[in-house]
Write a protein that binds this ligand. Structure first.
Ligand code: FAD
Length: 487
């Protein structure tokens, strides 16, 4: 066994590129024990009883870990994959491999921070140091022109502040190669049980055949930016809902850290040099700044992100209506834009940003249902689930985020017409509406008996009638929110 070792604990950072802990371990010249530990708590249930890590993300995660193991092997190292509570398992492995230090990437929300704190305590018992690095955002928190506690509450003010001060984005850490082999120690590793990864076949209509791992993430970037040359029109296409290329689809790889945001930034800059620099190239960075913002918001507000009253601690009444929630969850509200998007989520684990905004608005502003139920269902299903982006966006849509002003909602029938004028997206996910012409598909509840017959869709039989009247429900909610008293 090598005289001393560095243990690199992989978490939501399943990559070799731009990985500070791995880079520093490599630079130390010591033996490296690379470890990934499946945490059973992540495979438990949410408060509403949904699987915390649903089938789509579980399988995507498994592919990501496998790919990390393959990529480490190519440069001479071996990923040690095990299962258990990281705060117990990591110190045991560290001790066995004679590690003096554990390097890892820091996270920001409670569950992850609890693990880090317990781990540090446990390691201290063995006199092992823990060193956490920041690697999940474009901007490094230490470079921000304010302390996190003074983070502006409006995204626009955050963005202007970093742009005005011309805060630079740190360069990527180079990918290490070759790595020293893993220390030769007798270790008992527990493979993850198969129940963690329920069999699930992704619907062939999925926007992409999502494959977990750094290799696939980098290939997606190559395809979207370079081979398909899509970045130059991103700003015009990003609100789409059909197909692989209306937006980057980087989110699943970003969520598990298979792609580094700084690497994406570096590639945008290269594209601007080699191809074109325009509003679209800027806009992709703008969206990544939203991602940063939500991460910093989570740091600033802590657990308020998950509270019923949200970041604002706003006392609003929310319905706990299981029946209507089920209609929303299963895509049977009678509003085609909502239903098509919920079908897509349930059958593939992905939904466009346009779709997410609309379905979330419908749950909160039409049905008045507890927004946390929606956030939990997204947590369970989304292949790109990111704790800060998910709960942060839900706060905003529910009107309890820190920028909440007035009463805002999405006009679903109007959005449907605007973003899917011919109804192609709706027909794609709701084949029962396939014969309806573009001008009729957005509001099927207006079809006359003759039209229903003509186009082969009987309301209440083939496709549900609306579960609530759109305008009445929104007005009722508006009144409730104006009174704003919790029951
Ligand atoms: C209710 C709701 C829940 C959401 N939950 C998540 C989530 O769990 N995980 C997640 O990654 N995104 C979430 N989003 C944000 C956004 O919908 C997705 O990031 C985006 O649709 C992913 O597709 P893309 O990678 O093609 O995005 P692109 O349009 O190509 O954008 C590039 C990247 O910018 C970031 N980004 C874009 N929009 C946002 C945004 N509004 N907030 C934060 N980051 C953004 C993402 O990292 C994305 O990959 C949520 C949005 C809403 C309204």
């Amino acid at each position: 066994m090598a005289s001393s070792t560095v243990l690199v604990w992989f978490r939501n950072d399943l990559r070799l590129h731009d990985h500070e802990p791995l880079y520093r371990a490599w630079r130390s010249g010591l033996a490296i024990a690379a470890v990934y530990c499946y945490d059973p708590r992540q495979f438990g249930h949410t408060a509403q009883g949904f699987p915390k890590t649903g089938a789509w993300r579980a399988n995507f995660l498994r592919q990501g870990v496998q790919n990390l193991a393959e990529n480490l092997q190519k440069i001479g190292n071996k990923l040690l994959v095990t299962t258990g509570l990281p705060e117990q398992v990591i110190p045991q492995i560290a001790e066995r491999v004679n590690a003096k230090t554990v390097y890892y990437h820091r996270e920001v929300t409670q569950e992850e921070l609890d693990v880090e704190r317990s781990l540090i305590k446990e390691l201290a018992i063995f006199s092992i140091q823990a060193e956490g690095y920041w690697g999940s955002t474009l901007y490094h928190p230490e470079d921000l022109p304010f302390f996190i506690q003074d983070l502006p509450d409006l995204f626009t003010n955050f963005r202007k502040s970093v742009e005005k001060k011309k805060i630079s984005i740190r360069p990527c850490f180079s990918t290490p190669s070759p790595l020293p082999p893993s220390p030769d120690a007798q270790l008992t590793l527990t493979p993850p049980p198969s129940e963690f990864f329920p069999a699930a076949t992704m619907d062939s209509r999925s926007v992409l055949a999502f494959q977990g791992g750094e290799t696939a993430g980098l290939a997606r970037l190559q395809s979207y930016f370079w081979d398909g040359d899509r970045l130059k029109s991103y700003k015009e296409t990003r609100n789409g809902m059909v197909g692989a290329d209306y937006s980057s689809k980087f989110s699943p790889w970003l969520a598990l850290g298979c792609l580094s945001p700084r690497f994406i930034y570096q590639e945008v800059k290269r594209y601007e040099q080699e191809r074109i620099s325009n509003d679209s190239t800027y806009w992709l960075i703008f969206e990544l700044m939203w991602r940063d913002f939500f991460r910093f918001v989570a740091q600033k507000y802590g657990n308020r992100l998950f509270d019923r009253g949200g970041l604002l601690n706003k006392k609003l009444p929310w319905q706990q209506d299981q029946v209507r929630f089920e209609l929303w969850r299963s895509g049977q509200t009678g509003y085609p834009l909502v239903d098509a998007n919920m079908q897509e989520l349930n059958l593939t684990g992905f939904m466009s940003n346009r779709g997410r905004q609309n379905v979330a608005s419908f749950l909160c502003k039409n049905l008045g249902i507890d927004w946390r139920w929606g956030a939990e269902w997204f947590e369970s299903c989304l292949i790109d689930y990111d704790v800060c982006s998910n709960w942060g966006n839900w706060n905003y849509t529910a009107g309890i985020g820190n920028d909440a002003r007035d009463f805002r909602y999405f006009n679903i029938p109007k959005q449907s017409q605007q973003y899917d004028p011919q109804g192609d997206y709706l027909r794609y996910w709701l084949p029962e509406l396939k014969n309806l012409p573009g001008e009729k598909i957005h509001q099927p509840w207006l079809l006359s008996a003759t039209e229903q017959k003509q186009w082969g869709v009987q309301l209440g039989v083939d496709y549900p009638r609306p579960c609530v009247d759109f305008h009445q429900s929104v007005e009722a909610r508006r009144k409730i929110e104006q009174v704003g008293v919790i029951t």
